[in-house]
Design a protein. Sequence first.
Lengths: 689, 72
Amino acid sequence: MPDAQAVAQSPLIALVGNPNTGKTTLFNALSGLSQKVANYAGVTVEKKEGICHDQHGKPVRLLDLPGAYSLNASTPDEAIPRDVLLGRRADTPKPDRVICVVDASNLERNLYLTMQVLDLGIPAIVVLNMMDIAGARGMKISAASLQEQLGVPVIPMQANTRQGIERLRVAMSQAELPLAKRGEYPASLREALAKAHELLDAGETNPDGNALAGTVSLICSRERDAAAAPGIEAARSLMERDCTGWEENLVASQYKRIGELTRNAIEQPRSSDPTATDKIDGVLLHPVLGWVILGGLMTALFAMIFSVAAVPMEWIDAGFSSIADWIKTWMAEGDLRDLLTDGVLAGVGSVLMFLPQILLLFFFIGLLEDTGYMARVAFIMDRLMGLVGLNGRAFIPLLSSYACAIPGIMATRTIANPRERLITILVAPLASCSARLPVYVMMIGVMLPSGVAGVWVKVAFMLGLYALGTVGMFLFAWLFHRRLRSGNGSTMILELPPYKVPVLRTVLLRLWSRARVFITQAGTVILVISILLWAATSYPKPDAGDDTDRLTQSIAGQLGKQIEPLIEPLGYDWKMGIGLIASFAAREVFVSTMSILYRADDPGEEGTRPLQAILREQKRADGSPLFNAKTCLSMLVFYVFAMQCMATLAITRRETNSWKWPLFQFGYLTVTAYVAALLVYQGAGLLGY
Amino acid sequence: MSAGSSGMIESLHFASDDSFRLREMGFLPGARLRLVRRASLGDPIEVEIGGAHLALRHKDAALIQVKVTPDA
């Protein structure tokens, strides 16, 4: 273990680059398992830090900044590299050095960001990554020429096969790194920019860099720095007044510099043979084959989730039960034992059971991202998602939500537009997740006994429920889109990066960090809720009696009776009310609660008859069956819409960084569930059922 | 433009600042681009510019004036 103090005092090197440049692969190769992932304060952007050792064995702190196309930030993600490099973030010191990771096969556009960074006057190393792809395109790049013209070390690299890593390590070990040759803005803009710079008063500038570079980034950003907002407005109107078309002029002048730089350094083939990526896209984006392959892959994914994941899910379930049994044999009977077995273990176990599914989903999402196929899915689906105001990138998160909304919501970070990302998060729980399946199966079974309806009728009902949730999802997405419409009609630009063979290490590292988020964030909330629910279903204790008496006299039981007037119009009695309350932690708890509540009254031998048969025999006060078709339907519709998953709410809180959105999500979904169930029950009544 | 054809950007006709990011990504007058394909539902379209493959929606792409040139 390196001495903590030595590490804290060691230099901080930031990695900067466009998205899809292999920056994270390089970061992983350099820092290995030492990395820490957290969020930047106040935003849901991942902060990845690691430690690596230079050639002399001295520790160096590495910071993997979020991918950006420009320091003129247009999204919250892009504001992070801008603010970190300008030394404007309280939670991150200004880096001592920068490594600019550049995609060699796409040099000009990548150099745009690099030039902005070099202009800031921070000692830098430029890494030309993906040299293999550039080579395959027939490009000849002279790193030496670039190095001479830029004035900083330029290192060719293939991070995925670790070629060039040692050269980079040597360059990082230099005590003094040269500064880039200073760039200038066009003469026509300089005077006005200097005035804007004074107006903005954005703090001290780096004497080693272009004094105006920081000001330019701040005033050109669409994602404004809140602290500097009034100054930015003033500076922008000054620029508009003095130099019309100044922004276009700035971009054009930067590209002119880049053009001069690359003229001597790159040899572009006049026309090249189709690359591997072009050929693969010919198939994967084929008008017909593209859909077939996408459909096939997603079907295979879901088949895996529901079959392969079932095995470890049973292990986890059995594991938690056997721990509970073990505690029961070793601990004396009492409240503490019940708390541990019925509260903590049962509650946490019922949610952790979904961990295998969630991990599989994370793994597949990681593979899709790292191969480059994710962007193709977005390309294929964009038109359809656009109908309800979402973009193609929302497709995979929403699809994942059919297994579990948690990985779905966590996968929305790839959606750059904050508004579209929020809408995707809000509607994700409307996808019928696998925790609803036990409830669907039970209620359909009660409604349609095997003798009455064939398997296909049940299947049709099941599909109907999934369709209902899907329609709801698109309807609400469309409504939110209409409601949250922002002023500027944003332009969608989706990059289709070259296909890559994923690096297993990168995929596994991300899988681990996401799994940890699920376990810590969702786990804590689940633990608390499980304990609360256990207490609500156990206290006050009856003097005597069995499980049923315990439940009916408990706080939850009394609450169930209290809300009976509220749920009676939906066709439910107070016992179902208890089930609804208990399943707020996790939906499938409904089944076990129903079992406890109704089984004990069963005149037959205890625990031998199927629950569905018992439920079917329940009678109302007037002697009519309690679980008639309209009650079952109303209950099913309620579960399609209701937001009964505390773990998802915890993740929504984390991903929106506020309590406002999880509360709104809970509110709108619960109201919708209630109204929909009411319409079904009362509507069926009016139709004479 | 038909899929596979290339051309040179003549001008961009966006309202105020919608085109800034496009310009930053290389959509500048004088730049060469190639229409690679349209998505199977007609939208978005994929263009190649400066070695990058980017998808744009039709409504945005329609604001980029391109002079189609025969392939060299």
